[in-house]
Design a protein around this ligand. Structure first.
Ligand code: ZN
Length: 209
């Protein structure tokens, strides 16, 4: 019998990171030519680096900034790979009239968690959102669930619904502030700030997974 040398560290599990939208998805209202879809991709890249350092394997739903796969394909990757966590990365915009005075004033972070395992997911969402709020210095809009109209047993957001349907119950969508608000937007346009954000989130994942 030959002894197999194993110097590789054991993986702590696969995490699927989903930078929302495509390259030109949702323009920042405070800086022409900068888009939520690009910002999400940059943030996911930093998060990937930190998580890999911590011993997780990571898979991105977008390998190139120009990629923009279907929502169902993004989510179902999690179950297909047996991922321990599916994390969809976004920033927010208010509803209503962009010309209204209140529109740029709305800010803050919120995290959606899957209804598939409410208690456990709520705990994780709470810590992720706290880390985002603290790092961005923005307001806390809370942790939330949103159910699909017509089928209350599943999630509203397509990526989360697809992740759960494919077998991954730990599905989350973080809204990292508002790209329509000057303060949140300034933070999100700065790569060194996004790096801090990624580090704070990786620390939460390190602690909870
Ligand atoms: Zn988004």
């Amino acid at each position: 019998m030959t002894q197999k040398k194993n110097t590789e560290k054991k993986s702590r599990g696969i995490i699927v990171l989903d930078p929302g939208h495509g390259q030109f998805g949702n323009p920042h209202t405070t800086k022409e030519g900068f888009y939520e879809g690009t910002q999400n991709f940059i943030l996911a890249g930093f998060l990937r680096e930190y998580l890999e350092e911590l011993g997780f394997e990571t898979v991105m739903t977008r390998n190139e900034v120009t990629d923009d796969p279907e929502l169902a394909d993004r989510g179902s990757l999690a179950g297909k790979l047996g991922a321990v966590l599916f994390l969809s990365i976004h920033s927010n915009a208010p509803g209503g009239d962009p010309k209204s005075e209140k529109y740029p004033l709305v800010r803050g972070a919120e995290t959606y968690y899957s209804v598939s395992d409410l208690d456990e997911n709520a705990k994780i969402a709470r810590e992720l959102n706290d880390a985002v709020v603290k790092t961005m210095g923005t307001s806390d809009r809370g942790i939330k669930t949103r159910r699909y109209p017509g089928d209350e047993s599943v999630d509203y957001y397509g990526v989360m619904r697809a992740a759960v349907a494919s077998g991954c119950k730990r599905a989350f969508l973080i809204e990292h502030g508002f790209h329509t608000n000057p303060e949140d937007s300034a933070f999100l346009q700065d790569s060194s700030c996004l790096k801090k954000l990624a580090k704070a989130e990786a620390e939460v994942i390190d602690r909870l997974f």
